[in-house]
Design a protein around this ligand. Structure first.
Ligand code: FES
Length: 387
């Protein structure tokens, strides 16, 4: 067993503190006002008609009516609430309710119940297991990567694209069934299994399972892969690549980086990691060794926090690690990552861009990349929200 680590933080995947967004809480509670139930669209599930309240999502309407619908983030990020509209209802689905899904999933009438506030009545069901495949895996390694980040390795065979994520379902003796979403941190390779980077929270259920209960050989269930922020051959046709992230946003970026390099991508790759403190960086040795072998990879580390003496002592070893890296000559303290990007000598008009990490970072960075010349079509994002 491993000790429960570190202080709390949040992210879509990679941390597991359940926090419904303000809007989803309001929807769930009906904004504290009594709501009419006799008008407007409804959802029909298992032959039961449920009148939806104004602005109520399909998910919240079903949960309010006592149906056990799988869900987690309630923010359109984890895809655990995927449902299927029947053939006659599919034209009533909005683009927003299917935006995060693949064209094949859209064609099957799948949609995210937490993102769907229908204008017409929808007839829905839970997708069958063929539409929503699960994979059985066993934990093969559990190790700390940093004070608050653990790596969980899973033995299983699952085909996925670099940058995608999976839902991981475990049985906790304390909390029962716990499901969280995590990005895959390694390039796909037959027999290599899956690596996940997990930000540990003091009060996180998945963190508790991982640090207090999990043993090598434990069985876990994997659902997915999901996500559209992944590397394609078109991305590798561009002469440069920008990978930027915060915290455990490094996980999908690492998978993308490893995959691009394995495919002998020889354009310039800039990896920008921005964190609040130097102690939030991890996997430095790995990054250093990749950079040492690939001259086209440039590492940029930015620390936002105004470091006090105490922080300097605490984070000293990380700062030294970063400074000592032969390629990490861009460690900036008190740096604004958006300003930094602005003055970086990099032509984004012909670059593939991947942004992963905190939601606010992803949104602002997307805008900054666009203003620097990136095509919105070439910017792929994976915004982490608390789940
Ligand atoms: S609960 Fe709907 S996407 Fe996460």
């Amino acid at each position: 067993m491993l000790p429960l680590l570190g202080a709390s933080n949040l992210h879509r995947e990679h941390s597991d503190l359940f926090k419904a967004t303000t809007s989803s809480i309001k929807q769930l509670l009906g904004n504290g006002k009594s709501q009419p139930t006799d008008a407007g669209p409804a959802v029909v599930y298992k032959n039961q008609r449920i009148e939806l309240r104004p602005n109520e999502s399909v998910l919240n309407g079903l949960l309010r009516s006592g149906h056990a619908i799988p869900h987690s983030c309630q923010a359109g990020a984890c895809q655990s609430c995927i449902m299927q509209a029947d053939e006659n209802s599919q034209s009533a689905l909005s683009a927003h309710s299917q935006a995060a899904l693949t064209p094949a999933q859209r064609q099957q009438g799948l949609f995210l119940a937490c993102c769907t506030v229908p204008e017409q009545t929808l007839h829905v069901s839970l997708p069958d297991s063929q539409t929503r495949p699960v994979t059985h895996a066993t934990s093969s390694d559990i190790r700390p990567l940093a004070q608050r980040v653990m790596q969980l390795s899973l033995a299983c065979e699952l085909r996925y694209e670099a940058g995608q994520f999976v839902n991981v379902i475990v049985d906790s003796t304390r909390f029962g069934r716990v499901q969280r979403s995590y990005s895959l941190a390694n390039a796909y390779q037959t027999g290599a299994g899956l690596r996940l980077h997990i930000k540990c929270l003091d009060d996180g259920q998945f963190s508790h399972w991982l640090t207090q209960e999990a043993q090598i050989g434990d069985e876990v269930t994997i659902e997915g892969p999901h996500g559209l922020c992944y590397l394609t051959s078109d991305d590798c046709d561009n002469p440069s690549m920008l990978l930027a992230g915060t915290g455990t946003g490094l996980a999908p970026l690492l998978a993308i980086l490893e995959t691009a390099l394995a495919q002998e991508y020889n354009g310039d790759i800039h990896l920008i990691l921005a964190n609040k403190t130097a102690g939030d960086f991890y996997a430095l040795e790995l990054l250093q060794s990749i950079a040492a072998q690939h001259q086209n990879l440039k590492l940029h580390f930015l620390v936002k926090k105004n470091l006090e003496q105490e922080d300097l002592v605490q984070d000293e070893f990380v700062i030294d690690d970063v400074k000592n890296s032969s390629k990490a000559n861009n460690l900036l303290v008190n740096a604004d990552v958006y300003q930094y990007l602005k003055q970086l000598p990099l032509d984004l008009s012909r670059a593939s861009v991947f942004l992963c990490g905190a939601e606010s970072f992803v949104q602002k960075m997307r805008k900054a990349c666009f203003l620097k010349g990136a095509s919105l079509k070439k910017i792929k994002t994976d915004a982490f929200v608390a789940s």
